[in-house]
Design a protein around this ligand. Structure first.
Ligand code: SF4
Ligand code: SF4
Length: 546
């Protein structure tokens, strides 16, 4: 079937530089002496260590558990001993350190085989699939590193199309292309797993139309599988056709709404390497402990390696014949959307797809230019190139003027930082740098505002607590005073009055008691008593007169 494809606005044609790294089969990188495993390799909450310094660990053993649904487990990528849990440099544009578990490998690469559990897809519910993928620490391997299960849980929304993104549109990066060539069967298994988790109606595997060999392999494998709901689509080789929103538009003709998600239009997009990782987890019981990585640029042997997560990048550069002494620049990711590293003693993490090496001897041709910026001439070329239909020139003006309200009005947060505007700008203005600066400033202001709100709430609660304690203290004092002075209030006072009245009544009754032995008297005895009473009465009268 020939599928109708759609255009997206803008984009640029770039020299691909992909031949060098697709000439050789993928090799397994050498086992490093030391693995550096950051607790935070994904978007969301960092994982929590479940091992301590001195512990021996097996390959694939859980060493840090996810603390929430938006978190990802970390596993030992080889056997050895935990020698430290400390702050270490990580691959991040900030150059900051982050908590990592350091494992000294023992060279045996031993797994605890009995812990490996495989599953039959037909027996699994969508929730069970998500749970396996969550426990395996799988995150989106296309770049952002969002825990994979989040996108595999559509809630009550219907998923029409699952798009598997195999369109690597950035120059130099070829790890997904090599993965398709070498692991096509397992990728299809992964697609079936994801389809079942999402209950999606159809699946589209998107590959760039210039990757003839790769397209041919995948087409044959899909045809052999016999699944008519899986379709391979050759998408145009225009940068950034591999961007999630652009790819969805090319395949479905629909635009993801501004600030919205693909699921809002019934689409879920997953990277091809994520599908492969899902297959390894569900069908082979393997957590995510390695991935394909492209090592390109100024190295003697540019190629793709299967690399254990946590391997120092310096080891990989040496394995590919790079010279650490002559390094001038290291880029993680592609030349358009990647970021420069501050040093090479950082590990490969789950989202590392490419290491682009630049040396002082052989400069790698990069699309970005190092020419000095000149004033904007309002040519509009940036707006023509923007795949998100933004106005890059306006964004630039307002970011430069630090007018952060205005820059948001022009949809700064829809910018995917693809760099197309930079690339075409005749004045060589580093536009994306301005957008990143503005985004960081806005996030900082937001954080400061949240902190101020939090501080105010804490202050108000502090005052409320002091007042409450004061009232409780006063109530306790009052009660104590009442107990000491015998003062009682309310019911206890009333009860005391009643008791006193009762005592008076009883006394009265006692005083009204008749004298004993006065019943059944004889007439003589009654007369005698009457005479005695008469005498007493007479005596009392005389006494009163005196
Ligand atoms: S491409 Fe550069 S010079 Fe042209 S309008 Fe945009 S920012 Fe200005
Ligand atoms: S970097 Fe942002 S503004 Fe520039 S072209 Fe890409 S999406 Fe548009």
């Amino acid at each position: 079937m020939i599928r109708k494809l759609f255009d997206f606005h803008g984009g640029v044609n770039l020299r691909q530089h992909k031949k060098e790294t697709t000439q050789h089969p993928v090799q397994t990188a050498a086992l490093p002496k030391r693995l550096i495993l950051p607790l935070h390799q994904h978007i969301g909450h960092p994982a929590e260590p479940v091992v301590a310094v001195g512990d021996k660990v097996f390959k694939s053993q859980l060493i840090a558990r996810p603390v929430s649904d938006i978190s990802a487990a970390v596993h030992a990528s080889s056997s050895g001993k935990v020698v430290d849990i400390c702050e270490h440099d990580i691959p991040h544009p900030s150059g900051l350190k982050a908590p990592c578990i350091i494992i000294e490998t023992d060279g045996f690469d031993r797994s605890r085989r009995e812990s490996v559990r495989t599953h039959n897809l037909n027996d699994l519910s969508p929730a069970q699939i998500r749970n396996i993928i969550h426990q395996a620490g799988i995150v989106g391997l296309g770049g952002a590193g969002f825990p994979a299960t989040i996108k595999l849980n559509p809630g009550d929304k219907k998923v029409e199309t699952l798009i598997i993104n195999g369109a690597e549109c950035e120059p130099y990066i070829t790890c997904d292309e090599m993965l398709i060539r070498e692991q096509a069967v397992e990728i299809i298994e992964g697609v079936l797993i994801m389809r079942q988790a999402l209950q999606a109606s159809r699946c589209v595997i998107a590959i760039e139309n210039r990757k003839f060999k790769t397209l041919d392999i995948m087409n044959k494998m899909v045809a052999r599988s016999g699944y008519d709901f899986i379709e391979v689509v050759a998408v145009p080789t225009v940068y950034p056709a591999g961007g999630e929103k652009q790819l969805i538009q090319v395949i479905t003709g629909q635009e993801v709404p501004s600030q919205g998600l693909p699921i809002d239009i019934g689409v879920v997009c997953q990277n091809i390497a994520t599908a492969y990782a899902a297959c390894r987890a569900v069908e082979h019981g393997e957590p995510l402990i390695s991935r394909y990585v492209t090592i390109a640029g100024s190295v003697v042997k540019p190629r793709n390696l299967e690399v254990r997560i946590g391997t120092p990048i310096s080891d990989l550069i040496e394995q590919c014949g790079g010279n650490r002494q002559t390094l001038s620049k290291l880029i993680i990711g592609g030349p358009m959307m990647g970021f420069a590293l501050h040093n090479d003693d950082v590990p490969v993490v789950k989202t590392t797809n490419c290491i682009l090496v630049n040396s002082v001897i052989a400069d790698v041709p990069l699309p970005s230019r190092s020419v000095s910026a000149m004033p904007c001439i309002r040519c509009g070329a940036c707006a023509d190139a923007c795949p998100m239909n933004l106005l890059p020139q306006q964004l630039y003006w307002y970011a430069k003027a630090k007018d952060f309200d205005k820059v948001q009005e022009y949809d700064l947060f829809d910018c995917i930082e693809c760099g197309c505007c930079d690339y075409v700008c005749p004045s060589h203005i580093p536009l994306v740098q301005y957008y990143r600066f503005a985004k960081t400033e806005i996030w900082n202001q937001e954080r400061e505002k949240q902190f101020a709100d939090y501080s105010r709430q804490r202050h108000e609660f502090h005052n409320y607590r002091l007042e409450r304690e004061k009232q409780e203290r006063e109530a306790r004092h009052k009660q104590k005073r009442a107990e000491v002075t015998g003062q009682k209030d309310g019911d206890s006072k009333q009860a005391a009055i009643q008791a006193a009245l009762e005592r008076v009544r009883q006394k009265r009754e006692q005083s009204a008691v008749k004298p004993k032995n006065t019943d059944n008297l004889t007439t003589e005895q009654q007369q005698l008593i009457a005479e005695v009473e008469a005498r007493r009465a007479k005596k009392t009268t005389i006494k009163n007169k005196h």
